[in-house]
Design a protein around this ligand. Sequence first.
Ligand code: CO
Length: 143
Amino acid sequence: MSNKLPLSISDVGHISIAVPSLKEAQLFYSKTFGCEASDPIDVPAQGIRMVYLFFSNIKIELMEPINSSSPIQKFLDKNPAGGLHHICLTTNNADEAKNILLEGDIRILGGDKVIKGHHGRDIFFMHPKDACGTLIEIEQTDN
Ligand code: CO
């Protein structure tokens, strides 16, 4: 185990939910909870279209697949009604966080690489099997 753990985490950045229809899900959230939503954002690199729902302390991200090879389509094949996909925790240095996790024998998805999110911030995903069964995204806050 790495003696550099625990990571320095600032907060929960967002919660992400996969849905079969962004439009219907957005309507549900606005009718039921009065949520304000962003305009839809296409993220072709991840095969998704998403909207953010804004709460005072956190964002919820709704995602629908935009093609059949999208990882979100594979998730929906197993969970046709949609469901909780990942949570995002923020930190001030994604690269350092990734290295500390790897030293602690916690696997990183996608070849151990930090990538750019659609917003330009550094992100990576921890392997759910090394994280109590939950997909956890780590996002850098300050770049
Ligand atoms: Co996310």
